[in-house]
Design a protein around this ligand. Structure first.
Ligand code: C2E
Ligand code: MG
Ligand code: MG
Ligand code: MG
Length: 283
Protein backbone atom coordinates (compact mmCIF):
# COMPACT_ATOMS: atom_id res chain seq x y z
CA UNK A 1 0.00 0.00 0.00
CA UNK A 2 1.43 3.36 -1.01
CA UNK A 3 0.98 6.48 1.02
CA UNK A 4 -1.26 7.92 -1.69
CA UNK A 5 -3.58 4.90 -1.66
CA UNK A 6 -4.02 4.97 2.07
CA UNK A 7 -4.76 8.66 1.96
CA UNK A 8 -7.44 8.05 -0.67
CA UNK A 9 -8.74 5.18 1.41
CA UNK A 10 -9.03 7.50 4.37
CA UNK A 11 -10.75 10.16 2.31
CA UNK A 12 -13.23 7.61 0.98
CA UNK A 13 -13.92 6.39 4.51
CA UNK A 14 -14.48 9.88 5.87
CA UNK A 15 -16.75 10.78 2.93
CA UNK A 16 -18.84 7.73 3.72
CA UNK A 17 -19.01 8.73 7.36
CA UNK A 18 -19.98 12.25 6.42
CA UNK A 19 -22.73 11.05 4.10
CA UNK A 20 -24.05 8.82 6.83
CA UNK A 21 -24.03 11.50 9.50
CA UNK A 22 -25.69 13.96 7.10
CA UNK A 23 -28.49 11.45 6.61
CA UNK A 24 -28.68 10.85 10.35
CA UNK A 25 -28.96 14.57 11.08
CA UNK A 26 -31.56 14.92 8.35
CA UNK A 27 -33.61 12.06 9.78
CA UNK A 28 -33.30 13.27 13.37
CA UNK A 29 -34.51 16.74 12.41
CA UNK A 30 -37.35 15.37 10.31
CA UNK A 31 -38.39 12.94 13.04
CA UNK A 32 -39.08 15.73 15.51
CA UNK A 33 -42.11 16.81 13.52
CA UNK A 34 -43.05 13.48 11.97
CA UNK A 35 -45.90 12.72 14.38
CA UNK A 36 -47.50 16.17 14.34
CA UNK A 37 -47.27 16.24 10.53
CA UNK A 38 -49.09 12.92 10.34
CA UNK A 39 -46.18 11.08 8.72
CA UNK A 40 -46.14 8.26 11.23
CA UNK A 41 -48.66 5.45 11.52
CA UNK A 42 -48.99 2.31 13.57
CA UNK A 43 -49.40 -0.85 11.50
CA UNK A 44 -50.41 -4.22 12.91
CA UNK A 45 -49.25 -7.75 12.16
CA UNK A 46 -51.65 -10.58 13.07
CA UNK A 47 -50.62 -13.46 15.34
CA UNK A 48 -52.29 -16.87 15.24
CA UNK A 49 -52.66 -19.70 17.74
CA UNK A 50 -51.06 -22.68 15.98
CA UNK A 51 -53.40 -25.28 17.49
CA UNK A 52 -56.78 -23.54 17.20
CA UNK A 53 -55.79 -21.42 14.17
CA UNK A 54 -57.55 -18.46 15.77
CA UNK A 55 -56.17 -14.94 15.55
CA UNK A 56 -55.18 -14.12 19.11
CA UNK A 57 -53.28 -10.88 18.79
CA UNK A 58 -51.46 -8.34 16.69
CA UNK A 59 -48.06 -6.66 17.02
CA UNK A 60 -47.97 -2.89 16.65
CA UNK A 61 -45.19 -1.83 14.26
CA UNK A 62 -44.35 1.79 13.61
CA UNK A 63 -44.22 3.14 10.05
CA UNK A 64 -42.77 6.45 8.86
CA UNK A 65 -43.24 7.91 5.40
CA UNK A 66 -41.54 11.22 4.76
CA UNK A 67 -42.77 13.29 1.75
CA UNK A 68 -39.24 13.76 0.34
CA UNK A 69 -37.20 10.97 1.91
CA UNK A 70 -39.84 8.32 1.30
CA UNK A 71 -40.42 5.30 3.46
CA UNK A 72 -37.87 4.94 6.26
CA UNK A 73 -37.45 1.61 8.04
CA UNK A 74 -37.85 1.45 11.82
CA UNK A 75 -34.57 -0.49 11.82
CA UNK A 76 -32.98 2.79 10.69
CA UNK A 77 -34.96 5.44 12.60
CA UNK A 78 -35.63 3.71 15.94
CA UNK A 79 -31.90 3.65 16.88
CA UNK A 80 -31.70 7.37 15.99
CA UNK A 81 -34.80 8.10 18.06
CA UNK A 82 -33.12 6.25 20.92
CA UNK A 83 -29.88 8.19 20.70
CA UNK A 84 -31.71 11.54 20.52
CA UNK A 85 -34.12 10.72 23.34
CA UNK A 86 -37.08 11.23 21.01
CA UNK A 87 -38.05 7.59 21.53
CA UNK A 88 -39.79 8.58 24.78
CA UNK A 89 -42.24 10.82 22.90
CA UNK A 90 -42.60 8.46 19.94
CA UNK A 91 -42.93 5.41 22.19
CA UNK A 92 -45.69 7.02 24.27
CA UNK A 93 -47.51 7.93 21.07
CA UNK A 94 -47.34 4.33 19.78
CA UNK A 95 -48.59 3.05 23.13
CA UNK A 96 -51.53 5.45 23.08
CA UNK A 97 -52.39 4.63 19.45
CA UNK A 98 -52.35 0.92 20.26
CA UNK A 99 -54.56 1.24 23.34
CA UNK A 100 -56.98 3.54 21.54
CA UNK A 101 -57.11 0.96 18.74
CA UNK A 102 -57.98 -1.79 21.24
CA UNK A 103 -60.86 0.37 22.48
CA UNK A 104 -62.10 0.91 18.91
CA UNK A 105 -61.91 -2.78 18.07
CA UNK A 106 -63.77 -3.69 21.23
CA UNK A 107 -66.47 -1.14 20.39
CA UNK A 108 -66.75 -2.81 16.96
CA UNK A 109 -67.33 -6.17 18.64
CA UNK A 110 -63.80 -7.51 18.18
CA UNK A 111 -63.03 -8.92 21.62
CA UNK A 112 -60.13 -10.91 22.97
CA UNK A 113 -57.48 -9.38 20.74
CA UNK A 114 -54.19 -8.68 22.43
CA UNK A 115 -52.01 -5.90 21.07
CA UNK A 116 -48.28 -6.09 21.67
CA UNK A 117 -46.17 -2.95 21.65
CA UNK A 118 -42.37 -2.85 21.29
CA UNK A 119 -40.62 -1.04 24.11
CA UNK A 120 -37.17 0.46 23.70
CA UNK A 121 -34.73 -0.11 26.57
CA UNK A 122 -34.71 3.69 26.97
CA UNK A 123 -38.46 3.66 27.69
CA UNK A 124 -37.97 0.67 29.94
CA UNK A 125 -35.52 2.65 32.06
CA UNK A 126 -37.95 5.57 32.45
CA UNK A 127 -39.31 5.48 36.04
CA UNK A 128 -42.53 7.09 34.77
CA UNK A 129 -43.34 4.14 32.50
CA UNK A 130 -45.71 2.15 34.76
CA UNK A 131 -47.74 5.29 35.58
CA UNK A 132 -47.91 6.19 31.88
CA UNK A 133 -49.14 2.71 30.92
CA UNK A 134 -51.74 2.77 33.69
CA UNK A 135 -52.94 6.25 32.77
CA UNK A 136 -53.38 5.36 29.08
CA UNK A 137 -55.23 2.13 29.90
CA UNK A 138 -57.58 4.02 32.22
CA UNK A 139 -58.15 6.86 29.75
CA UNK A 140 -59.42 4.39 27.12
CA UNK A 141 -61.03 2.01 29.62
CA UNK A 142 -59.00 -0.90 28.29
CA UNK A 143 -58.18 -3.88 30.50
CA UNK A 144 -54.44 -4.46 31.06
CA UNK A 145 -54.70 -8.09 29.86
CA UNK A 146 -55.30 -6.74 26.35
CA UNK A 147 -51.88 -5.15 26.27
CA UNK A 148 -48.55 -6.91 25.88
CA UNK A 149 -45.18 -5.19 26.06
CA UNK A 150 -42.20 -6.55 24.13
CA UNK A 151 -38.74 -6.16 25.60
CA UNK A 152 -35.41 -7.41 24.33
CA UNK A 153 -32.89 -9.44 26.30
CA UNK A 154 -30.70 -6.34 26.51
CA UNK A 155 -32.85 -4.72 29.21
CA UNK A 156 -31.94 -7.51 31.61
CA UNK A 157 -28.26 -7.10 30.86
CA UNK A 158 -27.89 -3.37 31.42
CA UNK A 159 -29.31 -3.14 34.92
CA UNK A 160 -30.59 -6.44 36.33
CA UNK A 161 -31.92 -5.01 39.63
CA UNK A 162 -33.68 -2.10 37.95
CA UNK A 163 -35.09 -4.46 35.34
CA UNK A 164 -36.57 -6.78 37.95
CA UNK A 165 -38.23 -3.82 39.71
CA UNK A 166 -39.60 -2.42 36.42
CA UNK A 167 -40.92 -5.81 35.31
CA UNK A 168 -42.59 -6.30 38.68
CA UNK A 169 -44.23 -2.87 38.45
CA UNK A 170 -45.51 -3.53 34.92
CA UNK A 171 -46.68 -7.06 35.74
CA UNK A 172 -48.44 -5.63 38.80
CA UNK A 173 -50.58 -3.54 36.46
CA UNK A 174 -51.71 -6.73 34.74
CA UNK A 175 -50.01 -6.19 31.38
CA UNK A 176 -48.13 -9.11 29.85
CA UNK A 177 -44.44 -9.02 29.09
CA UNK A 178 -42.68 -10.88 26.32
CA UNK A 179 -39.05 -11.20 25.31
CA UNK A 180 -38.57 -10.20 21.67
CA UNK A 181 -35.88 -11.65 19.36
CA UNK A 182 -35.26 -14.33 21.95
CA UNK A 183 -31.97 -16.16 21.52
CA UNK A 184 -30.09 -13.32 19.81
CA UNK A 185 -28.93 -11.53 22.97
CA UNK A 186 -26.08 -12.31 25.29
CA UNK A 187 -27.92 -12.44 28.57
CA UNK A 188 -27.89 -15.37 30.93
CA UNK A 189 -30.99 -17.51 31.08
CA UNK A 190 -31.33 -17.11 34.83
CA UNK A 191 -33.24 -13.84 34.36
CA UNK A 192 -36.18 -15.83 33.00
CA UNK A 193 -36.59 -17.26 36.47
CA UNK A 194 -36.61 -13.89 38.23
CA UNK A 195 -38.51 -11.84 35.69
CA UNK A 196 -42.24 -11.89 35.27
CA UNK A 197 -42.06 -12.90 31.63
CA UNK A 198 -45.14 -14.36 29.96
CA UNK A 199 -43.91 -15.27 26.50
CA UNK A 200 -40.77 -15.80 24.43
CA UNK A 201 -40.69 -14.63 20.83
CA UNK A 202 -38.44 -17.01 18.86
CA UNK A 203 -36.32 -14.76 16.65
CA UNK A 204 -36.96 -14.94 12.92
CA UNK A 205 -33.29 -15.62 12.18
CA UNK A 206 -33.74 -19.11 13.67
CA UNK A 207 -37.13 -19.69 12.04
CA UNK A 208 -35.95 -18.77 8.52
CA UNK A 209 -33.89 -21.92 7.84
CA UNK A 210 -35.79 -24.25 10.14
CA UNK A 211 -36.47 -26.74 7.32
CA UNK A 212 -32.90 -26.90 5.99
CA UNK A 213 -30.51 -26.02 8.83
CA UNK A 214 -30.18 -28.64 11.56
CA UNK A 215 -28.61 -26.20 14.01
CA UNK A 216 -31.42 -23.65 13.65
CA UNK A 217 -33.89 -26.47 14.04
CA UNK A 218 -32.15 -27.60 17.24
CA UNK A 219 -32.15 -24.05 18.62
CA UNK A 220 -35.87 -23.58 17.96
CA UNK A 221 -36.69 -26.91 19.59
CA UNK A 222 -34.54 -26.00 22.60
CA UNK A 223 -36.26 -22.61 23.01
CA UNK A 224 -39.75 -24.13 22.81
CA UNK A 225 -38.86 -26.81 25.35
CA UNK A 226 -37.11 -24.35 27.67
CA UNK A 227 -40.16 -22.10 27.59
CA UNK A 228 -42.51 -24.95 28.26
CA UNK A 229 -40.56 -26.25 31.25
CA UNK A 230 -40.53 -22.72 32.70
CA UNK A 231 -44.27 -22.32 32.10
CA UNK A 232 -43.83 -19.67 29.41
CA UNK A 233 -45.62 -19.34 26.08
CA UNK A 234 -43.81 -19.20 22.74
CA UNK A 235 -44.48 -17.37 19.50
CA UNK A 236 -42.38 -17.81 16.36
CA UNK A 237 -41.60 -14.70 14.31
CA UNK A 238 -40.98 -14.51 10.57
CA UNK A 239 -42.98 -17.59 9.55
CA UNK A 240 -43.11 -17.52 5.75
CA UNK A 241 -43.84 -21.11 4.64
CA UNK A 242 -46.37 -23.86 5.46
CA UNK A 243 -43.38 -26.16 6.20
CA UNK A 244 -42.18 -23.81 8.96
CA UNK A 245 -45.71 -23.61 10.37
CA UNK A 246 -46.10 -27.41 10.40
CA UNK A 247 -42.73 -27.88 12.08
CA UNK A 248 -43.51 -25.31 14.78
CA UNK A 249 -46.89 -26.90 15.46
CA UNK A 250 -45.27 -30.36 15.71
CA UNK A 251 -42.80 -29.02 18.29
CA UNK A 252 -45.51 -27.50 20.48
CA UNK A 253 -44.91 -23.83 19.69
CA UNK A 254 -48.01 -21.89 20.79
CA UNK A 255 -48.37 -19.09 18.24
CA UNK A 256 -46.98 -17.78 14.98
CA UNK A 257 -46.53 -14.47 13.23
CA UNK A 258 -45.15 -13.84 9.74
CA UNK A 259 -45.76 -13.08 6.09
CA UNK A 260 -47.45 -16.48 5.61
CA UNK A 261 -50.33 -15.24 7.75
CA UNK A 262 -50.10 -11.52 6.93
CA UNK A 263 -47.64 -8.69 6.49
CA UNK A 264 -48.01 -5.74 8.86
CA UNK A 265 -51.13 -3.86 7.64
CA UNK A 266 -52.71 -0.51 8.44
CA UNK A 267 -55.47 0.06 10.96
CA UNK A 268 -58.40 -0.27 8.52
CA UNK A 269 -56.94 -3.37 6.88
CA UNK A 270 -56.38 -4.92 10.31
CA UNK A 271 -60.00 -4.26 11.32
CA UNK A 272 -61.16 -6.01 8.13
CA UNK A 273 -58.71 -8.88 8.75
CA UNK A 274 -59.92 -9.36 12.33
CA UNK A 275 -63.58 -9.25 11.31
CA UNK A 276 -62.99 -11.79 8.55
CA UNK A 277 -61.14 -14.14 10.90
CA UNK A 278 -63.58 -13.83 13.77
CA UNK A 279 -64.77 -17.18 15.13
CA UNK A 280 -67.98 -18.02 13.31
CA UNK A 281 -67.12 -15.85 10.32
CA UNK A 282 -67.16 -17.80 7.06
CA UNK A 283 -65.46 -15.38 4.69
P1 C2E B 1 -39.45 -6.75 15.79
O1 C2E B 1 -40.18 -6.20 16.96
O2 C2E B 1 -38.70 -8.01 16.00
O3 C2E B 1 -40.55 -6.89 14.65
C1 C2E B 1 -40.59 -7.90 13.68
C2 C2E B 1 -40.07 -7.42 12.36
O4 C2E B 1 -40.09 -8.50 11.43
C3 C2E B 1 -40.93 -6.33 11.71
O5 C2E B 1 -40.06 -5.47 10.98
C4 C2E B 1 -41.82 -7.14 10.76
O6 C2E B 1 -42.32 -6.36 9.68
C5 C2E B 1 -40.84 -8.17 10.29
N1 C2E B 1 -41.49 -9.40 9.83
C6 C2E B 1 -42.66 -9.92 10.25
N2 C2E B 1 -42.94 -11.09 9.63
C7 C2E B 1 -41.91 -11.32 8.79
C8 C2E B 1 -41.62 -12.38 7.86
O7 C2E B 1 -42.36 -13.35 7.69
N3 C2E B 1 -40.45 -12.27 7.17
C9 C2E B 1 -39.59 -11.22 7.32
N4 C2E B 1 -38.48 -11.20 6.59
N5 C2E B 1 -39.84 -10.21 8.20
C10 C2E B 1 -40.98 -10.26 8.92
P2 C2E B 1 -40.22 -3.88 11.04
O8 C2E B 1 -41.65 -3.51 11.11
O9 C2E B 1 -39.37 -3.32 9.95
O10 C2E B 1 -39.57 -3.51 12.44
C11 C2E B 1 -38.21 -3.73 12.71
C12 C2E B 1 -37.91 -3.53 14.17
O11 C2E B 1 -38.08 -2.16 14.52
C13 C2E B 1 -38.82 -4.31 15.11
O12 C2E B 1 -38.39 -5.65 15.21
C14 C2E B 1 -38.64 -3.52 16.38
O13 C2E B 1 -37.46 -3.91 17.03
C15 C2E B 1 -38.49 -2.10 15.87
N6 C2E B 1 -39.77 -1.39 16.00
C16 C2E B 1 -40.83 -1.33 15.16
N7 C2E B 1 -41.82 -0.57 15.68
C17 C2E B 1 -41.38 -0.14 16.90
C18 C2E B 1 -41.95 0.69 17.93
O14 C2E B 1 -43.09 1.16 17.88
N8 C2E B 1 -41.16 0.92 19.04
C19 C2E B 1 -39.90 0.38 19.16
N9 C2E B 1 -39.20 0.65 20.26
N10 C2E B 1 -39.35 -0.41 18.21
C20 C2E B 1 -40.08 -0.66 17.09
MG1 MG C 1 -41.35 -6.98 18.35
MG1 MG D 1 -38.59 -9.68 16.93
MG1 MG E 1 -36.06 -7.03 16.01
Amino acid sequence: RTKKESRNGYRFFSNQMQLQSTRHLQLMNAMRQAITLGQMAVYYQPQMDLTTQKIVGVEALLRWKHPQLGYISPAEFIPLAESSGLIITIGSWVLEQAVQQIQQWQAAGIQDIRVSVNLSSIQFRDPGLPALVQEILQRYAVLPQSLELELTEGVALENPQGAVAMMDALAQLGVRLSIDDFGTGYSSLSYLKRFKVYKLKVDQSFVRDISTDDEDKAIVIAIIHLARSLGLKTIAEGVETPEQQAFLLSQGCDEMQGYLLSRPINSEQTTAFLLAHRPGSHL
